[in-house]
Ligand binder design. Structure first.
Ligand code: ATP
Ligand code: MG
Length: 489
């Protein structure tokens, strides 16, 4: 007896696991590549946002520097013509300490810069780094405020200094506020008669412009790029993760399915070899068994004469050889299935024949039979002998599963597809889910005298009829077998 409960072998399990993991290995590589490429794209986008904002800052600096240079030239012209020359002529020299001179210069500069977006204009002396004039009066007289930019301008090189602080985080008030100031230092030159600027540098003009708003706009733009690219990357990541996890499950299922198929194939091969062996052995046993049986029958007759009362001994041999012969026939049927000879036949008729055959046994076991064979069941293409075997096997199992006073229901009806449906329901011991999965496996049995081939043979007969067999059962609540045969084409 082969016990149907498969024990889980830890070695086999680990091999199975390894094979599934090997199948998933290449997919894992694709997965990691996809995620790391997302990270690379994100880093690249952030870098790009930094380059763009840096460039924007450069352009802002250049444009404002140009503007300041033009303005400084204008101030230079206006101050020289309208202040320096008249001061020299009228007052004999420049002395900004005198209020009338200071006011004149102040009104000229304010007139030139009125309406322009300028924060302050400061004029440094040429002899020392001291502020002679500024639109911000607090700065007047302060020394060494010009630093290197002042010295550079003094030798004739206009230059600028951009001081800025703050970052994208300043927009969220995490770091100090954004500040950006452009200071442009231009040499204050003497203007010649022809209007051109001469070589003599009389001081340095400093124009200060607050660019905080422009810089805030640039940072805002940079922030937008970062936010948008982060959101896009997050969405991409989530989509990719869901695709990857689905693909992972599909691939894993496929790997498991492939392994199952491989195992089934191996089992089928093993069974085919086993079948061949069983067929050979059964065939070899069958003929001597026949001889033993006929000899025992002769012996039975002779013992009756020689030693009356002992003939039951020979009868035992006859009965047991008959039982053995039945087993051998079943083995042979399984190992070398008979070829089906189809002919239009009625399922109802075959079922009736089987029930007739079992009527005596049903009575003996006090089993109530409820037969409901629908008259509109169509004729099917059947091999009546094989189909008889199939139905008999199922009914035999039902009888074996029931104790006395059970109930057996046998019904036929036209199936939804126009074929025939046969249902056999008993009130026997029933089966667990695990057991149901095994019952069609050859040699699976839980009976002492069973071969475990009954349902395997039944299944192969139903398969050869292009039919289907399904089982519903609950432990302790009986079982129900349904055979569905297709309609005649
Ligand atoms: N109606 C049923 N109720 C409960 N268990 C069933 C029923 N039909 C089948 N089984 C279970 O399925 C197993 C396999 O049945 P199968 O007919 O293939 O072999 P068997 O009856 O054990 O032996 P054999 O039919 O070769 O004499 C049985 O041993 C039994 O445990
Ligand atoms: Mg059986």
């Amino acid at each position: 007896m082969i016990n149907g409960e498969e024990e889980s072998d830890p070695v086999l399990d680990s091999i199975r696991k390894e094979k599934v993991e090997a199948g998933l290995e290449s997919f894992k590589l694709v997965k990691y590549f996809s995620f790391s490429s997302l990270a690379v794209i994100l880093v690249f986008t952030l870098l790009l946002s930094w380059i763009i904002s840096n460039n924007a800052r450069k352009i802002m600096l250049e444009q404002n520097e140009e503007y300041s240079l033009l303005l400084a030239e204008n101030i230079n012209q206006q101050v020289f013509r309208r202040f320096v020359l008249p001061a020299v002529i009228r007052f004999g020299g420049i002395a900004l300490r005198k209020p009338e001179q200071y006011e004149l210069l102040d009104s000229i500069i304010k007139g030139v810069t009125q309406g322009l977006k300028i924060d302050s204009v400061t004029i440094y002396d040429s002899s020392m780094n001291i502020i002679s004039y500024s639109t911000n009066p607090e700065l007047i007289g302060k020394k060494d405020m010009g630093k290197g930019e002042y010295s550079k301008a003094l030798v004739g090189i206009p230059n600028s200094k951009l001081t800025y602080s703050g970052s994208v985080l300043s927009l969220m008030h995490i770091t100090p506020q954004v500040e950006c100031v452009l200071k442009t230092f231009i040499p204050f030159r003497q203007v010649r008669r022809d209007g051109e600027e001469g070589d003599l540098i009389m001081g340095v003009i400093e124009i200060e412009k607050d660019l905080s708003r422009n810089y805030t706009n640039i940072l805002g733009f940079q922030g937008w790029i970062i936010v948008v690219s982060s959101v896009v990357m997050t969405i991409l990541f989530l989509v990719l993760r869901s695709i990857v996890s689905r693909a992972g499950t599909i691939i894993e299922n496929r790997a498991v399915e492939r392994l199952r198929l491989e195992e089934k194939l191996n089992q089928a091969e093993r069974l085919a070899h086993l079948g061949k062996m069983v067929a050979t052995v059964s065939h070899e046993i069958k003929s001597p068994l026949g001889i033993v049986r006929s000899t025992a029958e002769i012996l039975e007759k002779r013992i009756k004469k020689v030693a009356p009362g002992n003939e039951h001994l020979a009868k035992i041999i006859v009965d047991e050889t008959m039982r053995l012969n039945n087993i051998v026939v079943e083995f042979l049927d399984f190992a070398r299935p008979q070829k089906a000879h189809f002919q239009p036949s009625s399922v109802n008729e075959v079922v009736r024949k089987v029930l007739d055959f079992l009527s005596h046994e049903l009575k003996r076991q006090h089993i109530e039979l409820i037969a409901d064979l629908a008259p509109d069941v169509p004729e099917n293409k059947l091999d009546p002998d094989l189909f008889y075997r199939a139905v008999l096997n199922i009914l035999m199992n039902s009888l074996q599963a029931m104790t006395e006073n059970g109930q057996l229901q046998v019904s036929t009806c036209r199936s939804e597809s126009g074929g025939t449906e046969l249902t056999i329901r008993d009130t026997g011991s029933g089966m667990s889910e695990d057991k149901i999965e095994q019952i069609f496996t050859p040699f699976y049995t839980d009976k002492n005298k069973g071969t475990g081939l009954g349902l395997a043979i039944t299944k192969s007969i139903i398969d050869s009829h292009d039919g289907q067999i399904t089982v519903h059962s609950e432990e302790g609540k009986g079982a129900s077998f349904t055979i569905t045969l297709p309609p005649v084409a």
